[in-house]
Design a protein around this ligand. Sequence first.
Ligand SMILES: O=C[C@H](O)COP(=O)(O)O
Length: 250
Amino acid sequence: MRKPIIAGNWKMNKTPEEAKALVTELKPLVKDANCDVVVCVPAVNFAAVKEAAKGSKIKLGAENVHWAKSGAFTGELSADMLKACGVEYVIIGHSERRQYFGETDKTVNQRVLAAVEAGLKVIMCVGENKEEREAGYTDALVEYQTLIGLNGLTKEQVAKIIIAYEPVWAIGTGLTATDEQANETIGVIRAAVARKYGKGTANKVRIQYGGSMNPKNVKGLMAQPEIDGGLIGGASLKAPDFSQVVNYDK
Ligand SMILES: O=C[C@H](O)COP(=O)(O)O
């Protein structure tokens, strides 16, 4: 049985004061959560979130990580820097980084290897855009993105990876994949992992859905057998909304 995981991705939102207020409000609302609860935040908020989340189930995550240990990479943060700030999880390969910041499957893999080596828990994003879905490329694309991203990891390391399936056309649009669409594509991802790393490993990998998941649709999505959680954007920016997603089973 895979433990569900609900992770918020704040993207480029919240000042440290706002972050402290949100996590302080969220803390009591998720004290009885039956899933792993993570908030992935801008680096300026690491200290505020770590402090506000003390004694709660809320774990701290980052939204990106560089593959080098250190060096001339202006604006980037290394895995060791994240660890030193108490970060436990990191999102890698989000579609917005692929779209706006030149992220490729190769750089996703480099970041995954560095994050795993440093002991961070990885949330690796894959997903298709509208044109790719309409052209029938979804299965081949998410399989390719998954296997390239995981390349070089052992079976044991793969088993601990969290994959987030995010249909790009559902991100921030209010459009959500149907429960069946999401479940089917996540099943394709899991089957690809099974072919390369074995069924035992594939059955341990947790695969989230991301793309306008919210209090209204979370129950239906989480009832799907292949779906192990959510990567939540907009609905993670308000404590009542995010806590309703976290408490989807109540
Ligand atoms: O990382 C989160 C995903 O991009 C989903 O964002 P959203 O819930 O605002 O659609």
